[in-house]
Design a protein around this ligand. Structure first.
Ligand SMILES: Nc1ncnc2c1ncn2[C@@H]1O[C@H](COP(=O)(O)OP(=O)(O)OP(=O)(O)O)[C@@H](O)[C@H]1O
Ligand SMILES: [Mg+2]
Length: 309
């Protein structure tokens, strides 16, 4: 469990993050979302004990990130993928991982097994002897992910893990993250990829130098936007915009061709009433579907649309 309590970091007059308070339950994938400069990397670095908070604190299990005596223990519990991989370019992939494993005092047999497994999982076992300086951006990123996992940490912090990966590699990493979750790893992830966050995160925190909103992506979508259904019918009588107002809790947003876009308060009660009412008017329904809102809609609503957007 990670508990952040009023976590804040100021760099002179710049308030990178202020009063960040959230709980991240064990075993969850938790996403930090927000625009450039929102404080995502700063927050992650504080949780790794690489930066000291200006105010507030956080606990990783029972360990306090502001206590010097706890910092060593916390570092051993966390695997961290930084924004920039920072590998030893002249060393081979295997050597890079072996170096870090020794740094974390991973015993030799376990080291060998763990390096083989992660390189296999990430499709790089056959390139293990090549210097990583010759690797592509995405391959370096995969080695850095393998490095973060080398000591089998219960917490994994990933700062934009799929940012430089091609679609197949990004999917491989996403599947890998989901697999780690099933093994009980708690994962904190910074990403600008909202589709990815929606797919894999149990909870997301939208931040802009402070916490704006936290919650499950689907719950946020449903709490912020009214549920909307699109009902395609065989014909629309000219009187329908007036007569449909007899259905309480149902709002007609627009009509496009023969499709009615309706906001409903409570889909499980309102949808059957709409269906009954339409058939009582002699109108035949040919298609009915929910208009889904996305995490991107939530993000833009809460953090603002781009200028001109
Ligand atoms: N070491 C530092 N010294 C001074 N200011 C810093 C330092 N690190 C971060 N900042 C500032 O803190 C703010 C938050 O930066 P941070 O890197 O945490 O943002 P971010 O959300 O990770 O952004 P991005 O999406 O671009 O990676 C920015 O204004 C940044 O300039
Ligand atoms: Mg960042």
């Amino acid at each position: 469990m990670i508990t952040c309590t009023g976590l804040s970091k100021h760099f002179g007059s710049i308030h990178a993050i202020d009063d960040f308070t959230v709980d991240i339950p064990t075993g969850q994938i938790f996403g930090l979302l927000g625009p450039n400069g929102a404080g995502k990397t700063t927050t992650m670095r504080m949780l790794c004990c690489l930066l000291r908070p200006t105010k507030g604190t956080a606990h990783i299990d029972s360990y306090d990130i502001t206590k010097l005596a706890d910092a060593h223990k916390i570092r051993g519990m966390i695997g961290f993928l930084p924004e920039v991989p920072g590998l030893y370019e002249t060393l081979g992939a295997y050597q890079n991982l072996d170096y870090y494993a020794q740094f974390y005092n991973v015993p030799k047999p376990q080291r060998q097994e763990s390096i083989k497994k992660t390189l296999d999982d990430l499709d790089l076992w056959n390139r293990r002897s090549e210097p990583v300086g010759g690797f592509s951006k995405g391959m370096k990123q995969k080695i850095a992910i393998a490095r973060a996992l080398i000591h089998d940490p219960p917490y994994l912090f990933l700062d934009e893990p799929t940012a430089s990966l091609d679609p197949q590699a990004a999917k491989l990493v996403r599947d890998y993250i989901l697999d780690l979750k099933t093994q009980g790893t708690t994962i904190l992830i910074n990403t600008h990829n909202l589709t990815e966050a929606e797919r894999i995160c149990d909870q997301v925190a939208l931040i802009k130098n402070t916490l704006i909103k936290v919650g499950n992506p689907k719950h946020l979508e449903h709490s912020i936007f009214a549920r909307t259904i699109a009902v395609t019918v065989d014909h629309i009588p000219p009187t329908l915009p007036q007569t449909i107002t007899s259905l309480p809790g149902v709002t007609l947003n627009k009509i496009q061709d023969t499709t009615l876009y309706l906001s409903v308060k409570n889909p499980s009660d309102d949808n059957p009433r709409i269906i009954d009412w339409l058939s009582s008017q002699g109108i035949k329904i040919t298609f009915i579907t929910e208009e889904e809102h996305t995490l991107e809609d939530v993000y833009l609503k809460l953090l603002g649309t781009p200028q001109g957007g």
